[in-house]
Design a protein around this ligand. Structure first.
Ligand code: ATR
Length: 282
């Protein structure tokens, strides 16, 4: 490995990625000479990119849509966490081996620990809206954290059932009509659908049944404060924004590639917030 590791984020499209901004900030802050760039990789170019990385062009990469699952068979080892989540978002080298991990669950939990200390006090009863890739990572993380119940709610209930079967106890599936009943005992509600994102439809959930101490979180971070979080805050509930998950999930990769464990600081948060606000909340 050279003294100045090259790292990139791959996806198709990739223009919207804020990962270079996050890692660039940490590189500067720690006075490191590595680099972190965006790399547009079409699906049919993925194998060639991995070969290039294997040959030493890159110390590792972040992986985003549509490559998170497709890259798995191209690597030498998949961590148990990434295997359970079914997707890789971070690749690093160990000797001449390429390791694929997934830091989404860790990033999600770290963000809640950061913004809402004590949120996981027992009994932890979570309701996750949505059953896509993000939901899978959240369910896995909350299970690891010892949640008593984790209910995955999805429009297509079959998708939530499949997720519950794969992650296992205590994850169960439910339809949207069950949300009012579920919220009555929930200590955590998190939106893992794309609803509420700039340009998408609104997320319509009546937060009325939630208990006063409940925490409401959103994986959507553009806009920074979604309608769900505004509604929760107006009701006096605790909230945790999605931007922190984006920042915290970046941290383990940086530590692997550059050998320094950085921090999610107010300065970094402000930098990325300004970029999102400047892009009209996209
Ligand atoms: P990701 O992998 O980023 O989580 P995804 O796999 O596209 O993204 O999942 C998006 C989630 O938002 C799904 O749970 C989806 O519900 P379905 O599985 O029923 O499609 C949910 N979602 C998107 N638009 C929705 C809508 N209009 N109403 C309800 N749920 C919606």
């Amino acid at each position: 490995m050279t003294s100045a590791p090259r790292v990139c984020v791959i996806g198709w499209p990739i223009a919207q990625s804020r990962s270079p901004m996050i890692h660039g900030h940490w590189l500067t802050r720690h006075g490191l000479s590595g680099s972190y760039d965006k790399r547009a990789v079409r699906p049919e170019e993925l194998a060639d990119f991995v070969a290039e990385m294997r040959a030493g062009a890159f110390a590792g990469c972040n992986v985003t849509v549509p490559h998170k699952e497709a890259i798995m068979p191209l690597l030498d080892e998949i961590t148990p966490t990434a295997r359970a989540i079914g997707a890789v978002n971070t690749v690093w080298r160990e000797g001449d081996r390429l390791i694929g991990g997934n830091t989404d669950a860790e990033g999600f939990l770290a963000n809640l620990d950061d913004l809402a200390p004590g949120w996981d006090a027992a009994p932890l009863r979570a309701v996750i809206l949505g059953a896509g890739g993000a939901s899978r990572a959240l369910a896995f993380g909350l299970r690891e954290r010892g949640a008593e119940t984790i209910t995955v709610v999805n429009r297509s209930v079959g998708r939530a059932e499949a997720l519950a079967a794969e992650i296992g106890t205590p994850v169960t599936a439910a339809g949207w009509d069950e949300v009012p009943r579920l919220l009555g005992t929930a200590t955590l509600l998190v939106n893992a659908t794309s609803l509420g994102m700039t340009g998408k439809g609104p997320l319509e959930v009546d937060l009325g049944p939630l208990q006063p101490g409940a925490l409401v979180s959103d994986i959507v971070y553009a806009p920074l404060r979604t309608g769900l979080l505004e509604d929760a805050a107006a009701r006096g509930l605790r909230t945790a924004e999605g931007l922190g998950m984006l920042l915290h999930q970046a941290l383990p990769g940086f530590a692997h590639w550059f050998g320094v464990r950085p921090e999610v600081t107010a300065e970094l948060r402000a930098l990325v917030e300004a970029d999102i606000t400047g892009a009209g909340g996209r």
